[in-house]
Ligand binder design. Structure first.
Ligand code: NAD
Length: 323
């Protein structure tokens, strides 16, 4: 079996590749793995050092149809993580988000169709639905994205659906909440706050801190993706939810407590433009396939802090790219 992972040098893709190559997904054990990644600011081959030599690496862009026509044939399964992923950057400039997340996804799907790939998993996000005050979305909820990032991911999801319906491409979509864990680029909330506190610096809290996120450990996200790769139905969408629904203020409180620091380490900054108030996914469908999130939030957060504390050699060189 051959598996192609796009965006495998990023935060979540590299977790998937490290687990896959080290035998953590028994159904795919012994598979030959190819990672295709453009190595943008967010892609880092150091994320794959623990499994170096266990995969083939193709340095390239998912928008490059000629490269994909060479690379994709021969693969049985394609797991598509590659994306521009940071909402704040999409507010500063949306063009690259549309290019990679919409055109790149379409280019990859076409290459998968041409090559006769038997299973594609398109990795997406709860942000495509917009914002919800109470209750949870199921997979049939309308897409009402509110940031350029979310709109570009929704565009990718819709073209995946269209390739499934029109061409019969066997593609399933996963949508997950906010991830945290080791190797996350220190521009996202958890690693930004953790690395700043490790540096003795203040952390920037947006607006009133009341925005609610459902936190999913990267290990649980990747296990859900793997389950969909193994047993998900083509044409279906699967939600992957977490174990902790917290306001940003509550999360900040947990981090301060873990560091033994007080609220004087928090700098209140103007809210993000168009900031979604709350996301919440109903994950009954993937639970029916047997998935359960397994990392308790307090354990996951403690281990994540410990990882950043022990791996400053990984994140310090990235600080120029940190916001
Ligand atoms: P990331 O920004 O850490 O990594 C993205 C990777 O894609 C990088 O390695 C980058 O080099 C690569 N890439 C970007 N543009 C590319 C292109 N044009 N061609 C080839 N490679 C390219 O992102 P992440 O947090 O690991 O997210 C991975 C996927 O999961 C994304 O599709 C994202 O939308 C989705 N997702 C993320 C979260 C989250 O909380 N981080 C939650 C739900 C879904």
């Amino acid at each position: 079996m051959r598996i192609l992972v796009t965006g495998g040098a990023g935060f979540i893709g590299s977790h998937y590749v490290r687990t896959l190559v080290s035998g953590g997904y028994p159904a795919f054990s012994g598979a030959r793995v190819t990672v295709l990644d453009k190595l943008t600011y967010a892609g880092n081959l150091a994320n794959l050092e623990p499994v170096e030599g266990g995969f083939d690496f193709v340095h390239g862009d998912v928008c490059d149809a000629a490269l994909l026509a060479e690379t994709v044939p021969g693969h049985d399964v394609v797991v598509h993580f590659a994306a521009e992923s940071h909402v704040d950057r999409s507010i500063d400039g949306a063009a690259e988000f549309l290019r990679t997340n919409v055109v790149g996804t379409q280019t990859l799907l076409q290459a998968c169709l041409d090559a006769g790939v038997s299973k594609v998993v398109h990795v997406s996000t709860d942000e495509v639905y917009g914002s919800i005050e109470s209750g949870s979305w199921d997979e049939e909820a309308p897409l009402r994205p509110r940031s350029p990032y979310a709109a570009s991911k929704a565009g990718g999801d819709l073209i995946a659906r269209a390739y499934g319906v029109t061409h019969g491409l066997p593609v399933a979509v996963t949508r997950c909440g906010n991830n945290y864990g080791p190797y996350q680029f220190p521009e996202k909330l958890v690693p930004l706050f953790v690395t700043r506190l490790l540096d003795g610096r203040k952390v920037p809290l947006y607006g009133d801190g009341g925005n609610v996120r459902d936190w999913v450990h990267v290990e649980d996200h990747c296990r859900g993706i793997q389950l969909v790769a193994e047993r998900g139905e083509p044409g279906e969408i699967y939600h992957i939810a977490g174990t902790a629904e917290l306001t940003n203020k509550e999360l900040t409180g947990r981090l301060l407590e873990a560091f033994g620091l007080g609220w004087d380490m928090v700098e209140h900054v103007p809210d993000r433009k168009g900031h979604d108030r709350r996301y919440s996914l109903d994950d009954a469908k993937i639970r029916a396939l047997g998935h359960r999130p397994s990392v308790a939030f307090d354990d996951g957060l403690r281990d994540t802090i410990a990882w950043y504390a022990a791996n400053s050699g990984w994140w310090k060189p990235l600080s120029g790219a940190r916001r």
